[in-house]
Design a protein around this ligand. Structure first.
Ligand code: FRU
Length: 493
């Protein structure tokens, strides 16, 4: 190392110190205004200030779950991202940790973008995308390795992957895993023909990576054309199948589907690691609601595949979320256990979430009718509600939520709907749908300003931010003809 490089490294680390200091100052300065927000969530991961986006580096290391996140501490807008850090012993109670990464080096000066974590030889390694923009706004992308001996202190080791031939600099979000004797990395990419791809790399030491090529995307496998960019790929085994989760950009709305600006979903298939081929089926959206994007999974010591998504989207009108008046925006979804059932990914809130349950009520065999009825103990803004149908549903059933959102199942059209009042104008009703053959159960997690709905044990999921009046706590149930359901509810701590 020449003297100049040493000096360069020291200057950069001064910048690192300075950025950390500024971020902590911002956290302290805005603490009161952030915490006075009635829409501050009760049991979801949020940024202490500023903007949170993708979950990153989700891993269980030494018995502790680590969840890092894309973070702009200085604004409720996107920008040069930091990696914030939370840890948890139970996936329910999260503790904020020191800042993990700041955009302080030449290879990440415009953002430490998304990436993942892996354990190897007792150490934790992070891989992320260094985002760089030059004076003319031209993008550069570097995949960077970070080492940690304890999950507390993190050291950037430098760039391990440069942009290969054939791709634009939209090449990011490395997810790393081990399969047999090799490490693999999958990266979200855009090829020169401006189509989205998932690109595979291989390594035997985590430092030297061989580019194996695209294993999924337009003109690779079944997709003719499937968006202009794929973000945040994640490839893992579930029930003997290889599931690829990714967030494609540029899909046109297709009937009731692909209604959000960007999608997040999966394909199921089989990877042949020798011939570097991935045979897979059709794309399925993971979530049918409004705000869900860039999910990431990890496997824990109970052998569960757990996914957390960004309860947000990079929308045009992010600036209309009311929380920005309180200097913060976005959150994480609840952790969800994934199961593959009949070729479909089911999502179940992890069982640890039952710890949140406080006082509960159960109303057995409630007869629903046209007049919406409220039930004793089933009200509030931080609440879990479980509705089980007792017979095949033949009439439309509606659950009204806080005079702001509705869940409706129509057994004739076989459609399930979530509607809400738009946060942009506080007036327009927006709707999202999915097809549903039969309604057996609906499990709803309400937080002060979010809703997550798990239908039929996770067969379909709707996720959204909702901003009802803070004093509107009513929940009511109706059906267009007689329907019998059992309803349980718990206030959540
Ligand atoms: C997805 C994404 C990633 C990128 C990160 C930047 O939301 O655009 O592709 O790494 O956010 O914050």
């Amino acid at each position: 190392v020449s003297r100049n490089e040493t000096k360069g490294a020291r200057i950069m680390s001064d910048l690192d110190q300075q950025l950390r200091k500024q971020a902590y100052e911002e956290v302290n300065k805005q603490k009161e205004v952030v915490e006075s927000d009635p829409y501050r969530l009760a049991y979801h991961v949020m940024p202490p200030v500023g903007l949170l986006n993708d979950p990153n580096g989700f891993i269980q290391y030494d018995g502790v779950y680590h969840l890092f996140y894309q973070w702009n501490p200085f604004k409720t807008e996107h920008g040069a991202k930091f990696w914030g850090h939370y840890t948890s012993k139970d996936l329910v109670h999260w503790e904020h940790q020191d800042i993990t990464l700041t955009p302080s080096d030449w290879f990440d000066k415009n953002g430490c973008y998304s990436g993942s974590a892996i354990e190897h030889d007792g150490k934790m390694y992070l891989f992320y995308t260094g985002n760089v923009k030059d004076e003319n706004n031209n993008r550069e992308t570097y995949q960077v390795m970070v080492e940690s001996k304890d999950g507390v202190h993190f050291e950037k080791k430098g760039v391990v992957v440069h942009l290969p031939e054939g791709y634009t600099p939209h090449f990011r979000d490395p997810k790393v895993w081990k399969h047999e004797e090799f490490f693999y990395m999958i990266i979200g990419a855009q090829s020169h023909d401006e189509t989205g791809k998932a690109v595979l790399l291989r390594s035997d030491d985590l430092e030297n990576w061989e580019h194996l090529g695209a294993i999924a995307g337009a003109h690779v496998g079944p997709f003719e054309d499937f968006g202009y960019m794929w973000e945040c790929p994640d490839l893992f085994e579930l029930n003997g199948q290889d599931v690829l989760v990714f967030s494609p950009q540029g899909l046109e709305p297709n009937g009731i589907y692909y209604q959000n600006l960007y999608q997040a979903g999966y394909v199921v298939g089989n990877v042949d690691y020798d011939s570097v081929q991935y045979k897979h089926g059709d794309f399925v959206e993971l979530d049918r609601g409004f705000e869900f994007y860039a999910p990431q999974t990890t496997e824990d010591d109970k052998g569960r595949r757990i996914m957390i998504g960004w309860l947000g989207l990079p929308e045009e009108r992010e600036d209309a979320h009311p929380t920005i008046e309180h200097k913060w925006i976005h959150a994480m979804t609840l952790p969800r256990e994934l199961k593959l059932i009949d070729g479909k990914v089911y999502q179940l809130p992890v069982e640890e979430l039952e710890q949140l349950r406080g006082e509960g009520v159960k109303h057995e065999a409630v007869e629903l009718g046209e007049k919406a009825q409220a039930l004793e103990g089933v009200e509030g803004d931080v609440l879990e509600i479980n509705v089980e149908t007792l017979e095949t549903v033949t009439n439309e059933i509606t659950i009204h939520i806080r005079n702001h959102a509705n869940l409706v199942y129509n057994p004739i059209d076989k459609l399930f709907k979530l509607d809400r009042i738009s946060y942009v104008d506080g007036e327009t009703v927006e709707e999202r749908f999915c097809h549903l053959q039969q309604l057996k159960s609906v499990r709803i997690f309400l937080d002060t300003s979010s809703i997550e709905v798990f239908i039929n044990g996770g067969e379909e999921v709707f996720t959204a931010r909702i901003y009802p009046d803070v004093n509107e706590n009513g929940i009511s149930f109706a059906a267009e003809g007689e329907e019998k359901v059992t309803i349980e509810a718990w206030k959540l701590k």
